[in-house]
Design a protein around this ligand. Sequence first.
Ligand code: ATP
Ligand code: ZN
Length: 314
Amino acid sequence: MTITEPTTTATDLDAARADLRARLLGDGVLIDLGSPGLYGRSGVFERVYQAVDAAAVRSQADLDADVLRFPPVEPLASFERTDYIASFPDLAAAISAFTGDDRTHRALLAARERGERWESFLEPADLMLTPAVCHPLYGLLTGTLPAGGRTFDIVGDSFRREPSLDPMRLQAFHMHEFVHVGTAASARAHRDGRIARLRETLESFGLEIDVVPANDPFFGRVGQMLARNQVEQALKFEFVTPVYGPDHEPTAISSANLHEDHFGTSFGIRTADGDVAHSACLAFGLERITIALFARHGSDPVSWPANVRAALAL
Ligand code: ATP
Ligand code: ZN
């Protein structure tokens, strides 16, 4: 997200979002699951999505990153240490499960029969939906890193509770992250050194890209201060594209983020020299890039420009 204000009214923007959503659903690219920001994917969406992901991986192949994959949920204990609930309580979501006996089950069914909500009969399961795919990594690195740090390739499900009719804003989505954990200098070099390549990759898809300082959507009044600091210290850059035309604020489809020692401190990660580790992430927002392509080039990839199809090996 960026702090800049949209130049036209929200109503125009809402209409543009509704138009794109209607086109994607009407052309069978996405399938409405009946909850804002939750979609099924058709074959044509999946083909482009896989091509985007493969091109993202090709663009970062020289990193020789260690591949790791995690489930879409993480243990509460590791979620706790990321401090996510302090900054983004409104985006977080927990898993609940039924742990009661027959009597409680009967009470649940009776409530359901009366047309009442029954989820209050469930108990916290000590599992959270993962909001950023790198989170489960840091707990694995507690201790001392090898000299030079480590670089990882992580893709997976992210969940953020931000229901919206904007097809660019999903509740369940995927990001492909290239994460470096090392010294302050190596983390910064990872973040800064890859920005040009990332930009070129997105531009090769025929998208108009700007790289802008950005902030995360920190919650509440304290959050506004944190967001300002993040921009002032240039910790986060977003790769934005004007999905809804030149009159509306462009949308972030990828990001390059420096966490400084946030995760190093929380998870007790040290460099070979004994300093607290720093970390940085490059994140490709896979659905956002895919939908930006459908917005830019139309619903049928067969008719997309030859150079775009070539860049995507489509
Ligand atoms: P990290 O903390 O791991 O460095 P991050 O949490 O800052 O990364 P974001 O920049 O928030 O990661 O998200 C990465 C990318 O994921 C965004 O650039 C965007 O493309 C995509 N993304 C974020 N939120 C959504 C959403 N609600 N729907 C679809 N895609 C999203
Ligand atoms: Zn990350």
